[in-house]
Design a protein around this ligand. Structure first.
Ligand code: SF4
Ligand code: SF4
Length: 110
């Protein structure tokens, strides 16, 4: 029977493997996204869930959240937030694209 110690070691090893795999995938994804001075981030409003992840990773204060009314009057939520890119401040670093859980951000040519 597997002892709690062995189980804990195995879990640790598996966690390391998963972390490595995710880092690799992230690196591959980052390499596949265009970025740099000639690009700027763009948010597709309908995909944004206002989760705030992009504003946390953006070091250049190039993203702000704003409130938008919900389209359907049947739905009542206290706030419906969306992200907006401040074009002049965006350096094209792509971090927000990697952080967004809904793939709402893409890099476009300036
Ligand atoms: S690309 Fe970089 S600088 Fe531009 S909004 Fe995203 S995280 Fe901020
Ligand atoms: S990370 Fe994506 S979903 Fe979350 S607020 Fe930013 S753009 Fe919207």
């Amino acid at each position: 029977m597997t002892s709690p110690d062995e189980l804990s070691k195995r879990r640790e090893q598996e966690a390391k493997k998963i972390a490595l795999s995710l880092a690799k995938q992230r690196g591959e994804k980052q390499a596949s996204i265009k970025g740099g001075d000639g690009t700027v981030a763009w948010v597709t409003e309908s995909l944004c869930i206002g989760c705030d992840q992009c504003t946390i990773v953006c070091d250049d204060e190039a993203i702000e959240l704003y409130f938008k009314d919900v389209a359907s009057p049947l739905m009542q939520v206290p706030s419906n937030r969306k992200a907006k890119i401040i074009r002049d401040a965006c350096t094209g670093c792509r971090l927000c694209v990697l952080a967004c859980p809904t793939d709402a951000i893409e890099m476009i040519d300036r």
